[in-house]
Design a protein around this ligand. Structure first.
Ligand SMILES: NC(=O)c1ccc[n+]([C@@H]2O[C@H](COP(=O)([O-])OP(=O)(O)OC[C@H]3O[C@@H](n4cnc5c(N)ncnc54)[C@H](O)[C@@H]3O)[C@@H](O)[C@H]2O)c1
Length: 390
């Protein structure tokens, strides 16, 4: 895997003088480039990276309430040299909305932010998306750094230019593109992550293996643990594998409109499951269920084999993820939410079908012209969702 990675990235191993070793990846998505620092240890390394940013006059940390104490420490350490403030909010899908966005922007304005203010998104994918939206909208775009604290954010959501919030009708329907200037990922943050959030992150890692890097499946399967007991080394494998997978499909498709649409595997049905069961099911677990449906649909259409579908099931089960859609979710609710999916319009739709990201075989997207989006009749989706109902 490393050989392939080095072909597409400039990887540098730098020894930090406290004995902390950090991997620094130069991430390139089209013309956009930023540094991704991966390390394990205290906050010193992170503070030095933040202080090295040129031409910044203040920092505003927008953080998840659950990691408020970390945010407080970062702000205290930056004070003195910079005017630094901490804003926190409760990170739930319900709060990932326009009202919360407006209230955070008002607070940032009242803090007398300037064009030299740097916004720091501290937390999981929700605070990352929310702070990315704030940074993009303030003065039509100010600087932005991610400090992700969940596995899903470290290995997935910060490796994207997409920033989005939910509307009343669906997930991530309001959004834009805004690149971080730097990502500082500290594996030590994962020690406090609840098991279900670890499982959530691992589901997206499994997606990367099934869709983009099938050669990693065997190693990944060996590492998966239903109890989510992972070593730092295991996490590093999940993360670097995901960096590699995402870079492979996004280096020529930074806005995820063509080949990088494969990253949406499991997401059309998964987002609908997530929204139908808001607050109970994690993002990754919902995507896992979406992948099981997508695999079954591809099998019904004559592409994936029974063995391929079983491989999906085995990997997700070994990761401790749910294998069935909760009974209280009505399949018709899932289908009605899917009507608002944010990939609509990429290809012509004459009604009666949904365009889904499917696999032709493991590691190979099913293409429809240039895009990996296949029209699937409602009845087939109904059948796949019904078969997965608990
Ligand atoms: N390209 C993108 O922008 C992109 C990609 C993938 C997912 N997402 C979005 O990301 C969100 C999911 O992200 P997530 O799974 O990180 O969810 P999240 O942000 O809700 O975090 C999950 C939970 O973990 C808690 N938490 C965070 N860090 C912690 C820590 N170190 N210790 C203990 N608890 C901690 C949070 O408070 C929250 O309860 C979804 O809204 C999804 O749409 C965006």
């Amino acid at each position: 895997m490393n050989r392939l990675f080095e072909e597409i990235n400039n990887r540098e191993l730098r020894k930090w003088d406290e004995g902390i070793s950090s991997d620094i990846y130069e991430i390139r998505f089209g013309d956009v480039a930023f540094q991704y620092h991966l390390y394990g240890g205290g906050l010193d390394y992170c503070i030095v990276q933040l202080r090295s940013l040129k031409d910044v006059d203040s920092f505003v940390v927008i953080g998840d309430k659950n990691v408020e104490s970390v945010g407080r420490k970062i702000v205290d350490r930056l004070q003195g040299k910079y005017h630094s403030s901490l804003l926190t909010f409760e990170c739930t899908e319900k709060n990932k909305n326009l009202q919360m966005l407006e209230s955070l922007i008002d607070k940032v304005i009242k803090l007398k932010a300037t064009r030299k203010t740097c916004i720091i998104g501290l937390g999981g994918g929700i605070s990352g998306n929310m702070s990315g939206m704030v940074a993009a909208l303030m003065f039509r775009g100010i600087r932005f750094v991610h400090i992700p604290t969940t596995l899903l954010a470290i290995s997935d959501s910060v490796l994207s230019l997409k920033q989005a919030i939910n509307s009343n009708s669906g997930k991530n329907l309001i959004g834009l593109f805004h690149a971080p200037e730097m990502v500082i990922a500290n594996i030590d943050f994962l020690q406090s992550l609840p098991k279900k959030e670890v499982v959530s992150g691992v589901c997206e890692v499994i997606k990367n293996a099934l869709t983009i890097l099938p050669e990693t499946i065997e190693t990944l399967e060996g590492l998966l643990d239903p109890e989510s007991k992972y070593s730092e080394e295991d996490y590093r494998y999940f993360i670097t594998m995901s960096i590699e997978a995402k870079t492979l499909v996004m280096r020529n498709d930074p806005y995820e409109k063509h080949e990088a649409l494969i990253l949406e595997y499991g997401h059309t049905i998964g987002h609908a499951i997530e929204l139908s069961d808001a607050g109970n099911i994690t993002h990754g677990e919902a995507i896992g269920l979406g992948m099981l449906c997508a695999a079954d649909i591809s099998r019904m259409l004559g592409y994936l084999s029974d063995k391929d579908v079983q491989l999906h099931r085995a990997l997700l089960s070994k990761a401790g993820a749910a294998g069935a859609i909760p009974r209280h979710i009505d399949p018709e609710t899932i289908l009605s939410i899917m009507k608002y999916d944010n990939k609509r319009g990429y290809v012509e739709n004459d009604g009666g079908t949904f365009h889904l990201v499917l696999l032709e075989s493991i590691g190979k997207p099913l293409k429809n012209g240039e895009k990996p989006l296949t029209p699937v009749p409602d009845e087939i989706i109904r059948k796949a969702v019904g078969a997965l109902h608990a």
